[in-house]
Design a protein around this ligand. Structure first.
Ligand code: PLP
Length: 396
């Protein structure tokens, strides 16, 4: 059992505020009664606001982000349909794999890891698809494996420039509720996330935003689905319930989490993530290292993959942090295994918590013989987080 009081710095599941943990831990209640309906409604309404949609609606499943991927494709597509997706990290790869296992034909744009959604190549592929065989474009907003944020507005721009009618599915698992997301403005037909990242809850809910176009597609889609059928879930949710037994505690937790986020103010939530991430990047620069994301416009505000110098293995930093300092960071996955370690900085996190994480990362690297100076990264982050030279004078 984990007894540590240290925060975690994995890119999800994230740290849980105590009151959210308690909100998700409930005595049994009748999920067919009004008490459940009374918590479902504000949870759905709050998620809608966070997704940035008034046209769309929210569907929840007892699942995780992967279930959201599956729900998106199985409700809107038919066997043999073509979808367009770029592969530039472990999560974009896994979504492609899921589509292939569902009998879809995935037109893959291979993109170097560390880059984001390739806008020009997407536009070209859509422009060349004169017969409109491509039924959906898939985009990973925040590639958690590489710490890369893609420009989703630009992907929509490419679709519009090509005049292509494909649906647009966006994986926002590690961005939604921590970074700006504009489902309606970006013309997103299915937005996907989970409860365990920006919503600061335990894993267990797949959260999908679906547009009227996705709702229309579900009537003709022929891929099989039962557990993940939007139709059953929409009908039941309209009546304040679920088509099967809901995870009541998680939905109660979600109703409280959305209230928290909206009370803090979404702009403030996003600004907090940007500030914390800026401090992390300042620390990395002070260590003489760089994020794996190739250019600053791609830097994610929720996770940073730190590229380690030649001759070092990033996984050792993670192992040492766990064994010696009881702190969790993320290992590199797939193609970047060993080449990076990942610092998650999303969900319930403060500047002070982040400084503790940076100081432990620094100690681990010093222990392992990295050419860094103890305190250098922490000092660089402090210079981002502190409130100014005149703070004492102002307080007097
Ligand atoms: N997509 C992204 C970007 C992710 O980061 C993750 C998990 O970390 C997933 C999808 C898969 O979500 P889950 O593990 O909740 O099934």
């Amino acid at each position: 059992m984990r007894t540590s009081q240290n925060p975690v710095f994995i890119p999800g599941p994230t740290n849980m505020p105590e009151h959210l943990r308690k909100a998700a831990d409930m005595a049994t209640l009748d999920h067919r009664g009004p008490a459940f309906a009374g918590m479902l409604k504000p949870a759905l309404e709050g998620v809608k606001t966070i997704l940035g949609t008034t046209d769309g609606e929210v569907i929840l499943f007892p699942a995780t982000g992967t279930g959201g991927w599956e729900a998106a494709v199985s409700n809107t597509l038919s066997p043999g349909d073509t979808v367009l997706a770029a592969r530039f990290g472990m999560f974009s790869h896994r979504w492609i794999d899921l589509c292939q296992r569902h009998g879809l034909n995935v037109q893959i744009i291979e993109t170097p890891w560390g880059e984001g959604a390739p806008i020009a190549a997407i536009e070209e592929a859509l422009t060349n698809d004169k017969e409109h065989r491509i039924k959906a474009v898939l985009a990973t907003h925040n590639e958690t494996a590489t710490g890369v944020k893609s420009d989703i507005a630009a992907v929509r721009g490419a679709m519009d420039a090509a005049g292509h009618p494909a649906m647009f599915f966006v994986d926002g698992v590690s961005s939604i509720a921590s970074m700006p997301f504009h489902m309606d403005d970006w013309g997103v037909d299915v937005a996907i996330t989970g409860s365990q990242k920006g919503f600061m809850l335990p894993a267990g809910l797949a959260i999908c935003g679906i547009s009227p176009k996705a709702v229309a597609a579900m009537e003709t889609a022929k891929l099989p689905r039962t557990f993940f059928d939007f139709r059953d879930m929409r009908d039941s949710m309209a009546g304040g319930g679920f088509p099967y037994t809901p995870p009541v505690g998680l939905i109660h937790g979600l109703s409280v989490a959305v209230e928290d986020l909206l009370t803090e103010g979404l702009d403030n939530v996003y600004a907090r993530h940007t500030r914390i991430a800026t401090g992390v990047r300042a620390a990395i620069e002070a260590w003489g290292m760089t994020p794996y994301a190739k250019t600053p416009d791609l830097f994610s505000d929720t996770v940073t993959a730190v590229k380690v110098p030649d001759g070092f293995n990033g996984t050792d930093v993670v192992t040492r942090a766990a064994s010696e300092y009881d702190m969790a960071f993320g290992v590199g996955l797939g193609e970047v295994a060993g080449k990076v370690f990942r610092i998650g900085h999303l969900g319930q996190l403060t500047d002070a918590m982040m400084l503790s994480g940076l100081s432990v990362a620094e100690m681990c690297m010093a222990d392992l013989g990295y050419p860094i100076e103890l305190g250098s990264g922490v000092a660089a982050a402090q210079s981002v987080y502190r409130h100014g030279d005149n703070v004492l004078a102002l307080a007097a």
